[in-house]
Design a binder for this molecule. Structure first.
Ligand code: ADP
Length: 327
């Protein structure tokens, strides 16, 4: 079974690479972000400098990694990606920084999870394109400044609030990624269907788009599940009725909420009388990690107005109450 899981992950990676936009023309939505990036990129090219460091903030699956790779492409520089937790020791980061080609876009996902000593190396690296190496200890200690090639750090985080101020302040460009509209998701789905050679009616694309939690990664995943269903139950063409049936089977309700969303809302209603209740208490009842609830589950429920944050905790709104009772 473990091998099977690994195979599934490998397949998912392969397919998501296949669906990843290769150019800004394919990158749907996020116009506020892309517009300002285009100007910054062009200006950096004119000056012959590396692009300012960039921080993207937003829930997973909204296109932060994709956008970073497009930035590298537009700048004509290499792209290198890693994650905060993967950089365990200072040496891990130094190894990357000292081997990068000039101008490289270094993407660090989950940058709020960088260990502190690693984060501190970033300060001078970002500011002066240098790292200070300390030899010996105590009174004999000497520091030696090692110069680096210029680079652009692109950090992604689900919660900008968890970043320390010194790190946050070193990003010249900071942008929030928004959830996508159903129409934007429908466009992404049409493009993915074309790449995967899936036939789908326009209303089916709209239906899936409406029920994808505003998130391209989820839209693409649901498309594959609906494709399976259409192949087994229909003639392979995704129609709106097949899409509806398949989504219901996947546990996605007509509002686009999944099982975890509903369980979350239901817990607040039935265990905590609609709130207000602290996230830790909800997490304990659901036996889930509070971080996951905050990063992955809550943002969409807040955005869609099912949930409200109050000083004393989370509270169901009238529509959240209704959603928690439905289906
Ligand atoms: P994040 O880094 O924010 O978690 P990714 O960049 O990995 O998100 O995006 C997840 C998937 O969603 C990508 O593989 C891509 O296929 C799709 N995707 C994301 N943003 C867009 C977009 N703006 N237009 C089209 N597809 C997108």
């Amino acid at each position: 079974p473990e091998e099977e899981i690994e195979e599934n992950i490998a397949e998912e990676n392969r397919e998501s690479n296949q669906l990843r936009p290769r150019s800004f023309e394919d990158y749907v939505g996020q116009e506020d972000v892309t517009r300002s990036l285009h100007i910054a990129i062009e200006a950096a090219i004119i000056r012959g400098e590396a692009l300012d460091h960039i921080l993207f903030h937003g829930p997973p699956g909204l296109g932060k990694t994709t956008l970073s790779s497009l930035i590298a492409k537009a700048m004509g520089v290499p792209f290198q990606g890693t994650t905060g937790p993967a950089l365990e020791k200072g040496g891990d980061l130094v190894g990357i920084l000292t081997r990068m080609a000039p101008g490289t876009v270094l993407f660090i996902d989950e940058i709020h999870r960088l260990p502190r000593p690693v984060e501190e190396i970033l300060y001078t690296a970002m500011e002066d394109f240098a790292i200070d190496v300390v030899f010996d200890k105590g009174s004999a200690a000497r520091t030696f400044r090692h110069r680096l090639q210029t680079f652009t750090l692109v950090g992604a985080t689900t919660r900008a609030g968890l970043l320390s101020a010194p790190l946050r302040d070193r990003f010249g460009i900071q942008r929030d990624m928004d959830f996508y509209t159903p129409a934007e998701l429908a466009r992404i789905l049409e493009r993915s269907a074309k790449i995967l050679e899936i036939m789908m009616t326009p209303d089916a694309a709209n239906e899936i788009g409406q029920r994808s939690r505003g998130t391209p990664r989820i839209a693409n995943r649901l498309l594959k599940r609906v494709r399976d269903f259409a192949q087994v139950r229909g003639n392979g063409v995704i129609t709106v009725s097949l899409a509806k049936e398949a989504l219901q089977m996947e546990g996605i309700d007509t509002r686009g909420l999944n099982r975890v969303d509903r369980k979350f809302l239901e817990t607040i209603r039935s265990v905590y009388e609609g709130g207000p209740v602290g996230i830790e208490a909800i997490a304990a009842t659901l036996q889930m990690d509070p971080e996951t609830l905050i990063d992955v589950v809550e943002p969409y429920l807040l955005k869609e107005g099912f949930l409200a944050r109050t000083p004393s905790g989370r509270k169901l709104t009238p529509s959240g109450w209704e959603a928690s009772e439905g289906s």
